[in-house]
Design a protein. Sequence first.
Length: 182
Amino acid sequence: MPKDLKLPFDPIARAGDLWRARWGEGSQAGPMVTATSIMRVQQVLLTEFDAIAGRHGLTFARYEALVLLAFSREGRLSMGRIGERLMVHPTSATNIVQRLAAQGFVERVANPRDRRGAFAVITDTGRAAMEATTADLERAEFGLGMLGDGEQEALFSLLRAVRVAAGDFVDDVDEPAREHPG
């Protein structure tokens, strides 16, 4: 929604009030408004991130793939590994890499161990676009500058608990916080 077309009320809070009025105070209005808020924040952030990445010829999804490649030991990963790390279907990973290759941000290189497979290798142009996008996202504080450091840590912790419960990854408290994805 354009910023100049703000609603005069919070539609998610209103939905919570209507939910409770219809199904009672013991209903699941709290989880509903929380989940709906998370989804709305995701939309808001993705819109902002896509606009920022777009200034550099990227979408946020393509930017994430470039970051992933830049973090890898050799600047290259297989399509399967990209899909796994981005938590997307292999077809989506292939589509992302094809678009990046068409822009000259990655090169597709045959996998010598798998004749059907390929590696995506970040190019210098791709690295430059990724670095420029990163600088802009950092200046925008990833859309969360209104929250203090403690609030951001608390929010991450709360959302991580949801991800763990959903089986998003193996919860290993001894795992280094910033594991190298190579």
